[in-house]
Design a protein around this ligand. Structure first.
Ligand SMILES: C[S@@+](CC[C@H](N)C(=O)[O-])C[C@H]1O[C@@H](n2cnc3c(N)ncnc32)[C@H](O)[C@@H]1O
Length: 202
Protein backbone atom coordinates (compact mmCIF):
# COMPACT_ATOMS: atom_id res chain seq x y z
CA UNK A 1 0.00 0.00 0.00
CA UNK A 2 1.21 3.53 -0.65
CA UNK A 3 -1.11 6.55 -0.48
CA UNK A 4 -3.67 4.98 1.83
CA UNK A 5 -1.44 4.11 4.77
CA UNK A 6 -2.75 6.86 7.09
CA UNK A 7 -6.35 6.30 6.00
CA UNK A 8 -6.31 2.59 6.79
CA UNK A 9 -4.19 2.96 9.92
CA UNK A 10 -6.85 5.29 11.31
CA UNK A 11 -9.47 2.58 10.74
CA UNK A 12 -7.55 -0.54 11.76
CA UNK A 13 -4.72 0.73 13.97
CA UNK A 14 -2.01 -1.01 11.95
CA UNK A 15 -0.48 -1.17 8.45
CA UNK A 16 -1.57 -4.70 7.46
CA UNK A 17 -2.91 -5.14 3.90
CA UNK A 18 -6.61 -4.32 3.53
CA UNK A 19 -9.08 -6.48 1.59
CA UNK A 20 -12.61 -5.28 0.90
CA UNK A 21 -15.79 -7.32 0.48
CA UNK A 22 -18.55 -5.46 -1.36
CA UNK A 23 -22.07 -6.53 -0.32
CA UNK A 24 -21.12 -8.63 2.71
CA UNK A 25 -24.66 -9.85 3.42
CA UNK A 26 -24.62 -11.63 6.77
CA UNK A 27 -20.84 -11.27 7.15
CA UNK A 28 -20.07 -15.00 7.28
CA UNK A 29 -17.24 -14.75 4.75
CA UNK A 30 -15.71 -11.79 6.59
CA UNK A 31 -15.40 -13.87 9.75
CA UNK A 32 -14.08 -16.87 7.81
CA UNK A 33 -11.41 -14.79 6.06
CA UNK A 34 -10.42 -12.95 9.24
CA UNK A 35 -9.70 -16.25 10.98
CA UNK A 36 -7.88 -17.74 8.02
CA UNK A 37 -5.73 -14.64 7.44
CA UNK A 38 -5.25 -13.01 10.85
CA UNK A 39 -2.41 -10.79 9.58
CA UNK A 40 -4.66 -9.04 7.05
CA UNK A 41 -7.42 -6.49 7.58
CA UNK A 42 -10.89 -6.84 6.07
CA UNK A 43 -13.52 -4.20 5.41
CA UNK A 44 -17.09 -5.23 4.64
CA UNK A 45 -19.20 -2.66 2.79
CA UNK A 46 -22.89 -3.45 3.03
CA UNK A 47 -25.62 -1.08 1.85
CA UNK A 48 -28.45 -2.57 3.90
CA UNK A 49 -28.65 -0.97 7.38
CA UNK A 50 -30.19 -4.06 9.01
CA UNK A 51 -27.61 -6.45 7.51
CA UNK A 52 -24.83 -4.06 8.42
CA UNK A 53 -26.01 -3.97 12.03
CA UNK A 54 -26.10 -7.77 12.12
CA UNK A 55 -22.52 -7.96 10.78
CA UNK A 56 -21.29 -5.54 13.45
CA UNK A 57 -23.07 -7.51 16.16
CA UNK A 58 -21.55 -10.74 14.88
CA UNK A 59 -18.03 -9.27 14.85
CA UNK A 60 -18.46 -7.93 18.38
CA UNK A 61 -19.84 -11.26 19.62
CA UNK A 62 -16.92 -13.19 18.14
CA UNK A 63 -14.33 -10.62 19.33
CA UNK A 64 -12.82 -10.23 15.85
CA UNK A 65 -10.49 -7.24 15.63
CA UNK A 66 -9.14 -7.35 12.04
CA UNK A 67 -12.53 -6.70 10.42
CA UNK A 68 -14.56 -3.50 10.12
CA UNK A 69 -18.08 -3.23 8.73
CA UNK A 70 -19.38 -0.12 7.06
CA UNK A 71 -22.96 0.62 6.04
CA UNK A 72 -22.57 2.46 2.73
CA UNK A 73 -22.99 2.34 -1.03
CA UNK A 74 -19.80 0.66 -2.26
CA UNK A 75 -19.82 2.52 -5.60
CA UNK A 76 -19.70 5.84 -3.77
CA UNK A 77 -16.82 4.68 -1.54
CA UNK A 78 -14.61 3.23 -4.30
CA UNK A 79 -15.25 6.28 -6.47
CA UNK A 80 -14.79 9.09 -3.98
CA UNK A 81 -13.47 8.00 -0.59
CA UNK A 82 -11.01 5.11 -0.68
CA UNK A 83 -7.43 6.25 -1.46
CA UNK A 84 -5.66 5.34 -4.72
CA UNK A 85 -3.61 2.13 -4.84
CA UNK A 86 -4.47 1.22 -1.25
CA UNK A 87 -6.55 -1.99 -1.39
CA UNK A 88 -4.86 -5.40 -1.54
CA UNK A 89 -7.89 -7.31 -2.90
CA UNK A 90 -11.59 -6.88 -3.68
CA UNK A 91 -14.29 -9.53 -3.18
CA UNK A 92 -17.70 -9.19 -4.86
CA UNK A 93 -19.92 -12.23 -4.37
CA UNK A 94 -23.43 -12.99 -5.58
CA UNK A 95 -24.40 -9.40 -6.33
CA UNK A 96 -28.06 -8.97 -7.24
CA UNK A 97 -28.33 -9.49 -11.03
CA UNK A 98 -31.40 -7.24 -11.47
CA UNK A 99 -32.73 -9.24 -14.48
CA UNK A 100 -35.45 -6.78 -15.62
CA UNK A 101 -34.25 -4.50 -18.39
CA UNK A 102 -35.46 -1.38 -16.61
CA UNK A 103 -33.45 -2.33 -13.52
CA UNK A 104 -30.08 -2.86 -15.24
CA UNK A 105 -28.83 0.47 -13.88
CA UNK A 106 -29.05 -0.95 -10.34
CA UNK A 107 -26.40 -3.63 -10.97
CA UNK A 108 -23.22 -3.11 -8.96
CA UNK A 109 -20.93 -3.72 -11.94
CA UNK A 110 -20.94 -0.48 -13.92
CA UNK A 111 -18.24 1.48 -15.72
CA UNK A 112 -18.05 3.83 -12.73
CA UNK A 113 -17.74 1.02 -10.16
CA UNK A 114 -15.04 -0.82 -12.15
CA UNK A 115 -13.08 2.43 -12.61
CA UNK A 116 -13.25 2.92 -8.83
CA UNK A 117 -11.94 -0.60 -8.23
CA UNK A 118 -9.12 0.01 -10.73
CA UNK A 119 -8.20 3.30 -9.06
CA UNK A 120 -8.06 1.91 -5.52
CA UNK A 121 -6.69 -1.60 -6.04
CA UNK A 122 -2.91 -2.02 -5.92
CA UNK A 123 -1.28 -2.98 -9.24
CA UNK A 124 -1.25 -6.79 -9.41
CA UNK A 125 -4.06 -7.05 -6.86
CA UNK A 126 -6.96 -9.48 -7.41
CA UNK A 127 -10.65 -8.79 -7.90
CA UNK A 128 -12.59 -11.91 -6.94
CA UNK A 129 -16.14 -12.30 -8.27
CA UNK A 130 -18.72 -15.08 -8.07
CA UNK A 131 -22.34 -15.49 -9.10
CA UNK A 132 -24.89 -18.25 -9.68
CA UNK A 133 -26.39 -16.48 -12.72
CA UNK A 134 -24.68 -17.50 -15.95
CA UNK A 135 -25.83 -14.55 -18.10
CA UNK A 136 -24.88 -12.09 -15.38
CA UNK A 137 -21.41 -13.66 -15.17
CA UNK A 138 -20.96 -12.79 -18.85
CA UNK A 139 -22.30 -9.25 -18.40
CA UNK A 140 -20.08 -8.57 -15.38
CA UNK A 141 -16.95 -10.06 -16.99
CA UNK A 142 -17.43 -7.89 -20.06
CA UNK A 143 -17.83 -4.81 -17.87
CA UNK A 144 -14.74 -5.66 -15.77
CA UNK A 145 -12.33 -6.17 -18.68
CA UNK A 146 -13.77 -3.40 -20.90
CA UNK A 147 -11.57 -0.65 -19.44
CA UNK A 148 -8.39 -2.58 -20.27
CA UNK A 149 -7.16 -2.49 -16.66
CA UNK A 150 -8.29 -5.94 -15.50
CA UNK A 151 -7.09 -9.22 -16.94
CA UNK A 152 -8.89 -12.48 -16.19
CA UNK A 153 -6.71 -15.00 -14.36
CA UNK A 154 -6.92 -18.79 -14.26
CA UNK A 155 -9.76 -20.46 -12.33
CA UNK A 156 -8.92 -21.61 -8.82
CA UNK A 157 -10.46 -24.27 -6.56
CA UNK A 158 -9.86 -22.26 -3.38
CA UNK A 159 -11.81 -19.23 -4.62
CA UNK A 160 -13.05 -17.36 -1.52
CA UNK A 161 -16.39 -16.63 -3.19
CA UNK A 162 -17.35 -20.30 -2.92
CA UNK A 163 -17.61 -19.98 0.88
CA UNK A 164 -20.21 -17.25 1.33
CA UNK A 165 -23.70 -17.86 2.70
CA UNK A 166 -25.23 -17.54 -0.74
CA UNK A 167 -22.64 -19.92 -2.21
CA UNK A 168 -23.48 -22.53 0.42
CA UNK A 169 -27.21 -22.11 -0.11
CA UNK A 170 -26.99 -22.36 -3.89
CA UNK A 171 -24.56 -25.31 -3.79
CA UNK A 172 -26.93 -27.17 -1.47
CA UNK A 173 -29.72 -26.52 -3.99
CA UNK A 174 -27.57 -28.01 -6.76
CA UNK A 175 -27.15 -24.76 -8.67
CA UNK A 176 -23.96 -24.21 -10.68
CA UNK A 177 -21.64 -21.48 -9.40
CA UNK A 178 -19.40 -19.26 -11.52
CA UNK A 179 -16.27 -17.89 -9.86
CA UNK A 180 -13.65 -15.64 -11.47
CA UNK A 181 -10.44 -13.86 -10.57
CA UNK A 182 -9.23 -10.72 -12.32
CA UNK A 183 -5.90 -9.00 -11.80
CA UNK A 184 -5.39 -5.26 -11.90
CA UNK A 185 -2.66 -4.67 -14.47
CA UNK A 186 -0.26 -1.85 -15.12
CA UNK A 187 1.10 1.15 -13.31
CA UNK A 188 -0.26 2.29 -9.92
CA UNK A 189 -3.26 4.60 -10.43
CA UNK A 190 -1.48 7.50 -8.69
CA UNK A 191 1.36 7.33 -11.23
CA UNK A 192 -1.22 7.80 -13.99
CA UNK A 193 -2.52 10.98 -12.38
CA UNK A 194 -5.78 9.41 -11.23
CA UNK A 195 -7.73 11.15 -8.52
CA UNK A 196 -11.19 10.60 -7.10
CA UNK A 197 -12.52 13.68 -8.90
CA UNK A 198 -11.15 12.48 -12.24
CA UNK A 199 -12.90 9.13 -11.90
CA UNK A 200 -16.14 10.81 -10.83
CA UNK A 201 -16.26 13.01 -13.90
CA UNK A 202 -15.92 10.21 -16.47
C1 LIG B 1 -27.38 -11.36 -2.89
S1 LIG B 1 -26.59 -10.65 -1.51
C2 LIG B 1 -25.07 -11.57 -1.35
C3 LIG B 1 -24.46 -11.48 0.03
C4 LIG B 1 -23.08 -12.14 0.20
N1 LIG B 1 -22.11 -11.56 -0.70
C5 LIG B 1 -23.14 -13.63 -0.01
O1 LIG B 1 -22.62 -14.12 -1.02
O2 LIG B 1 -23.69 -14.32 0.86
C6 LIG B 1 -26.01 -9.08 -2.18
C7 LIG B 1 -25.68 -8.07 -1.09
O3 LIG B 1 -25.10 -6.91 -1.68
C8 LIG B 1 -25.61 -5.76 -1.01
N2 LIG B 1 -25.45 -4.61 -1.90
C9 LIG B 1 -26.12 -4.38 -3.06
N3 LIG B 1 -25.69 -3.25 -3.65
C10 LIG B 1 -24.73 -2.73 -2.85
C11 LIG B 1 -23.92 -1.56 -2.89
N4 LIG B 1 -24.02 -0.68 -3.90
N5 LIG B 1 -23.04 -1.34 -1.89
C12 LIG B 1 -22.95 -2.22 -0.86
N6 LIG B 1 -23.69 -3.34 -0.75
C13 LIG B 1 -24.56 -3.60 -1.73
C14 LIG B 1 -27.04 -6.13 -0.70
O4 LIG B 1 -27.58 -5.35 0.36
C15 LIG B 1 -26.90 -7.60 -0.31
O5 LIG B 1 -26.66 -7.78 1.07
Amino acid sequence: MTGGTDFWRALFGNDAPVEIEVGSGDGVLLTTMSTRWPTRNFLGIERSPSKSRRISARLARLGIDNVRALQADATCLVTSVIPCDSVAAYHVYFPDPWPKRGHAGRRIFSTTFVAGLARTLTAGGPLFFATDVEWYAAVARTCIVAGGVFLEAAARDDHPGLQTSFARKYRAAGRPLYAYTFVRMGEPAAAQGFAASKIRST
